[in-house]
Design a protein around this ligand. Structure first.
Ligand code: NAP
Length: 347
């Protein structure tokens, strides 16, 4: 009989997340109650934020309790339903667990997938959701880029960063990308149109960035924090804007994350640094819908590319998540948990 496999968080990470922090357990597939529905997971999104959710101290969400099923963004298909809004066959995304099956009553972060049918299901995580839309809102709501300005993007070859680079180009900025290998830098320039790309693992990041930004930095979309933020703070122009999307270089430093000593350059330059969480934007349905329309159009016009890396099997999730912290993922990292339903069976 089929079972529900679930990865439980059984210890807190010290440093980076490791496969040893999780344990796979099996239980019976749950039955949906009144106004509930059962979702079979198709894709589990692996995200740097798992490191934040696994620590003791709460972040922008409560931490996962020790012994609980690990939390994750997933996409699945409704297999049983007692809820009129979520019929059998509907494709949904939401914040559920690292598991084969989830139960929902539609509350919390759950959405019906109603993308342009020309797009594959995986585009949902490549272009939209907490990935593409983080880049979209961070740039349009916080950075307010102007044509000709210099925009720096860190973590630029990753899922969010690669979208941010392309939005920067669509906004007619001069985009300088920062990534962790020559291969990634070549992809950013040759395929995504970045004007310059800096490999932060080679030589002095400060010197390389200074050379790549001869007119200083007007906007910075930061996924990395730490020394990368410090290097950019040295170069900001008057009235610069910084969107703090993430700080992956510091997620393993629970005790004492590195804070740039030149933070007061914000004052000298009358500049702004603002953190944001993409989920907050979902409350504004009109802007959320416009973001979907813009991203869809840009992709269909060939101006917005995305890469997906798929790892097969729920059993491989804890090993795969470490790729994000080693920089060995090449695109949005997903675990394929089960097969997609045929297009004809989808609602
Ligand atoms: N604010 C929000 O709402 C929101 C939403 C989604 C994601 N985020 C944040 O956005 C960032 C990127 O997330 P993602 O999903 O797109 O992941 P990702 O960029 O696809 O994968 C993580 C990448 O980070 C880089 N990295 C890892 N450790 C690093 C370090 N110590 N220093 C510099 N770079 C390092 C690696 O690339 P290299 O080879 O270049 O090192 C790695 O490939 C994360 O900080 C995440 O928490 C925020």
């Amino acid at each position: 009989m089929a079972k529900n496999r679930q990865w439980h968080l059984t210890s807190r990470p010290t440093g980076e997340l490791s496969a040893g922090n999780f344990e796979l357990r099996e239980s019976a597939i749950p039955e949906p109650g009144n106004k509930q529905f059962l979702i079979r997971t198709i894709y589990l999104s692996l995200d740097p934020t798992h490191r934040l959710w696994a620590r003791e101290k709460a972040s922008y969400m409560p931490s996962v309790k020790l012994g609980d099923v690990m939390r994750g963004f997933t996409m699945g298909v409704v297999e049983k339903s007692n809820h009129p809004g979520y019929p059998v066959g509907a494709i949904v995304t939401g914040v559920f667990g690292w598991e084969d099956y989830s139960i929902s009553d539609g509350s919390g972060i759950v959405a019906l997938v109603d993308m342009d049918p020309r797009l594959p299901l995986t585009a949902r995580f490549g272009l939209f959701e907490h990935i593409g839309l983080a880049a979209y809102f961070g740039i349009l709501d916080i950075l307010h880029p102007k044509p000709g300005e210099t925009m720096v993007v860190s973590g630029a070859a990753g899922a969010v960063g690669s979208i941010a680079v392309q939005i920067g180009k669509i906004m007619s900025c001069r985009v300088v990308a920062v990534a962790g290998s020559d291969e990634k830098c070549a992809w950013l320039k040759d395929e995504l149109g970045a004007d310059a790309a800096v490999n932060y693992k080679k030589g002095s990041l400060k010197a390389s960035l200074r050379a790549a930004c001869p007119k200083g930095v007007d906007t910075f979309f930061d996924n990395v924090g730490g020394e990368c933020l410090e290097a950019v703070l040295d170069l900001i122009n008057m009235k610069a804007r910084i969107a703090m999307c993430g700080a992956i270089s510091q997620y393993g430093n629970d005790e004492k994350p590195y804070a740039p000593p030149n933070i007061y350059n914000l004052l000298n330059k009358r500049a702004k640094l603002e953190g944001f969480i993409v989920l907050d934007y979902a409350a504004d349905q009109r802007w959320w819908a416009k973001a979907h329309d813009d991203m869809t159009q840009w992709h269909i016009q060939g101006r917005m590319k995305y890469r997906i890396e798929t790892v097969d099997g729920l059993e491989n999730a804890p090993q795969a998540v470490t790729k994000l912290f080693q920089g060995t993922n090449t695109g949005k990292l997903l675990v394929k948990v089960s097969d997609e339903p045929p297009a004809s069976a989808r609602l």
